[in-house]
Design a protein around this ligand. Structure first.
Ligand code: FES
Length: 152
């Protein structure tokens, strides 16, 4: 396992493994994995099994995460590969999980980001090109109104 020496802000130099990617699987939120509440089933063990089986630990880190903020679209997964985020929603089947790790494995072998395969395309949420994203950004840039109390 190759480590890279990086200097922290306190001046101490430490050796860290810089992974090619990271998979965040929403696992500790209130929705994803809660089939009894109408969301997708808990597939954490399947993610871990696929990740272990393919021996991805040296190159892509797997993180069971808290809520990723897209609860109504659960189950959600965020894959960051070489710095590029890819969001997946409605990730509720063993076939999707297997296809995700097929995709990751292919990118690790190619050492580069590859196009999303057809098997996963329907579950991708492309936040960058979603038609509502421009209006959301415009709303943030527009005349500001007090947002106190927005989070309740
Ligand atoms: S609980 Fe999974 S995105 Fe919120």
């Amino acid at each position: 396992m190759k480590k890279t020496r990086i200097q922290r802000l306190d001046g101490k130099k430490v050796d860290v493994v810089l992974h090619l990617g990271n998979v965040f699987v929403c696992s500790h939120g209130l929705c994803c994995g809660k089939a009894e509440r109408g969301y997708g089933p808990d597939l954490r063990e399947l993610h871990q099994a696929e990740w272990h089986r393919r021996k991805l630990g040296q190159t892509v880190y797997l993180t069971p995460s808290g809520c990723l903020g897209l609860c109504a679209l659960g189950n959600t997964v965020l894959l960051i590969f070489q710095g590029k985020p890819l969001w997946f929603h409605s990730f509720n089947t063993a076939e999707q999980v297997s296809a995700l790790y097929d995709y990751i494995e292919a990118m690790v072998k190619a050492k580069q980001l590859l196009p999303v395969p057809d098997t996963l395309r329907d579950s991708v949420l492309d936040r960058e090109v979603h038609p509502d994203m421009a209006s959301l950004v415009a709303a943030l840039e527009g005349p500001s109104e007090p947002r106190i109390g927005a989070c309740k």
